[in-house]
Design a binder for this molecule. Structure first.
Ligand SMILES: CC[C@@H](C(=O)O)C(=O)SCCNC(=O)CCNC(=O)[C@H](O)C(C)(C)COP(=O)(O)OP(=O)(O)OC[C@H]1O[C@@H](n2cnc3c(N)ncnc32)[C@H](O)[C@@H]1OP(=O)(O)O
Ligand SMILES: [Co+2]
Length: 134
């Protein structure tokens, strides 16, 4: 069902500082910061030859990453994002297998303008999984 690794997301408290590390220390291709108010985060993408790193900073009072940062104050790997050809078919198959889809269960438009869904970390080896329509 899953295809390419679209991105690995890292939650950080200070996205400008984190972007500087990737741009200046690693010499990576780093995008500008983008507020994602529908998702309660600000994002920066690091474009690597084979995938992307998504830096996430909390945005607003109810950010879904605030609890994670409270538990991991230095930041850390927050989720992995896999591409799927048909996100609704993937969701229905996963739900039938007993997996929990987070939120309303309906896809929302993600950072790349494509539908995304999140799967509960307890159902996937302790890792929060994002699915993105390819
Ligand atoms: C920019 C758009 C998009 C994109 O296109 O790329 C994004 O990436 S948006 C990214 C931010 N959005 C989300 O993360 C949405 C989905 N997340 C959630 O709904 C919540 O964050 C959560 C996963 C339900 C966690 O909610 P929270 O209130 O922080 O924690 P809980 O106490 O409910 O957690 C239960 C349990 O799960 C563990 N946990 C929490 N987060 C993670 C994580 N990222 N990775 C692994 N495990 C996680 C948490 O520690 C709890 O465990 P126990 O303490 O053992 O019960
Ligand atoms: Co993501």
């Amino acid at each position: 069902m899953i295809g390419r690794l679209n991105h690995v997301a890292i939650a950080v408290k200070d996205i400008a500082a984190a972007a500087r590390v990737y741009r200046e220390t690693f010499g990576a291709d780093v995008t500008a910061a983008q507020a994602q108010p529908d998702h309660g985060v600000t994002t920066v993408f690091i474009n690597l030859p084979n995938t992307k790193i998504e830096l996430l900073e909390p945005l607003g009072a109810d950010s879904p990453i605030q609890g994670f940062l409270d538990k991991n104050p230095s930041g850390g790997i927050h989720h992995v994002c896999y591409e799927v050809d048909d996100i609704l078919a993937a969701r229905d198959r996963l739900v039938a297998a007993g997996a929990r889809v987070l939120g309303s269960g309906e896809p929302r438009i993600g950072a790349h303008g494509k539908p995304v869904l999140f799967l509960h970390p307890k159902d996937f080896c302790g890792t929060l999984v994002e699915l993105e329509q390819a």
